[in-house]
Design a protein around this ligand. Structure first.
Ligand SMILES: C[S@@+](CC[C@H](N)C(=O)[O-])C[C@H]1O[C@@H](n2cnc3c(N)ncnc32)[C@H](O)[C@@H]1O
Length: 320
């Protein structure tokens, strides 16, 4: 089987942008740039995440290192956290932006000695997570923001957040919250999309693809650069142990969503759904369609031009 990186896209980027423009209006979507749409986006999108991403409510990218999408890719990030739990012999773990609880619920059964708490902004995510975790004595979920982590959740040996810190507006303030939440010697693990530092050098249509992806996933101020996060975490007194570009491993999962979304744009029957489905839910089809171009570049094949977005992990430690 060819590696996902060498196969053609479902359609060239100009065709994809033309489809998006015809169905939704690129200008109409980008008019949301700078607006806070996180709450309506997640209220409307929950059924979509459950249906397309995973029955269990996983809301992050699959990472498949062999270039072939499998649902096991959703556990790559979770295995890293399990490794950190083992390394620091954690007894308290805090998940930031825990969504519908997929990660904490996956970790809790194998770590009976560890108390897990998930913190998420959205009440309906918290209640879904609580329902799904009902049988787990060591996992609980709270509604709240990582901009104000409750004091009683401080002292965690491991803090982690997958694809949630992209919504932070003030990186220094959130980095300070993370530092305060960690016990001395504790670790913080963050997986996310990032704008490349040379984002502005990417071809204009690749930048447009990236901006469309950002807005249709409610990251309306654009992904941060990893350099900005790295610097904010250091200013908060934390030590960066690892900063690793995993963009290649995200390609298979993004291509999977791309191919599903291409079917929507090519079928008039699917397109009719946009008249009956909530706008932020249906716009996830845009993110699905344009995702690969923003990281692989344009042209008929991956890598013909530079991309604008990376997917990376940061592992950080609080000094003793
Ligand atoms: C893409 S989802 C990822 C969910 C989860 N980390 C996962 O891997 O399935 C992003 C989550 O971040 C949450 N979120 C956004 N801003 C937040 C904030 N300031 N504090 C806590 N959670 C937040 C959203 O409600 C959403 O559940």
């Amino acid at each position: 089987m060819p590696h996902a990186k060498t196969t053609p896209f479902a359609m060239p980027l100009p065709d994809a942008l033309a489809h998006v423009d015809r169905v939704f209006g690129i200008g109409t979507i980008l008019a949301d740039e700078g607006q806070d749409i996180v709450a309506p986006y997640y209220v409307q999108s929950e059924p979509g995440y459950k249906r397309v991403h995973s029955e269990k409510g996983c809301m992050h990218m699959a990472l498949n290192t062999d270039g072939v999408y499998t649902a096991d890719g959703y556990f790559t990030q979770i295995r890293e956290v399990a490794d950190q739990i083992r390394q620091v012999q954690a007894t308290r773990v805090l998940e930031l932006g825990s969504g519908m609880g997929f990660n904490t619920i996956a970790l809790a059964p194998d770590h009976g000695q560890v108390t897990f708490t998930g913190l998420d902004l959205m009440a309906h995510h918290v209640s879904t997570a609580r329902n799904d975790a009902g049988h787990l004595p060591n996992a609980s979920f709270r509604q709240g923001s990582y901009t104000e982590i409750p004091e009683d959740l401080r002292g965690a040996d491991v803090v982690f957040g997958f694809e949630t810190l992209c919504y932070a507006a003030d990186l220094d303030a959130v980095a300070d919250q993370i530092a305060a939440a960690l016990a001395p010697g504790g670790r913080f693990v963050m997986y996310d999309g990032f704008r490349r530092a040379d984002f502005a050098a990417a071809p204009q249509d690749v930048q447009t693809a990236a901006r469309l992806f950002e807005v249709t996933t409610a990251v309306t101020n654009g992904f941060h650069t990893i350099e900005a996060w790295d610097a904010a975490l250091r200013r908060a007194g934390l030590v960066v142990l690892r900063s690793q570009d995993l963009t290649d491993a995200s390609i298979a999962g993004l291509r999977y969503l791309h191919n599903r979304s291409a079917r929507f744009f090519r079928s008039w029957k699917y397109r009719l759904l946009r008249h009956v489905m909530p706008k932020y839910l249906i716009r996830n089809a845009v993110a699905g369609l344009v995702g690969p171009y923003m990281i692989e570049g344009a042209g008929p094949r991956s890598g013909d031009t530079m991309g604008a977005i990376t997917y990376s992990v940061l592992v950080v430690e609080k000094p003793r």
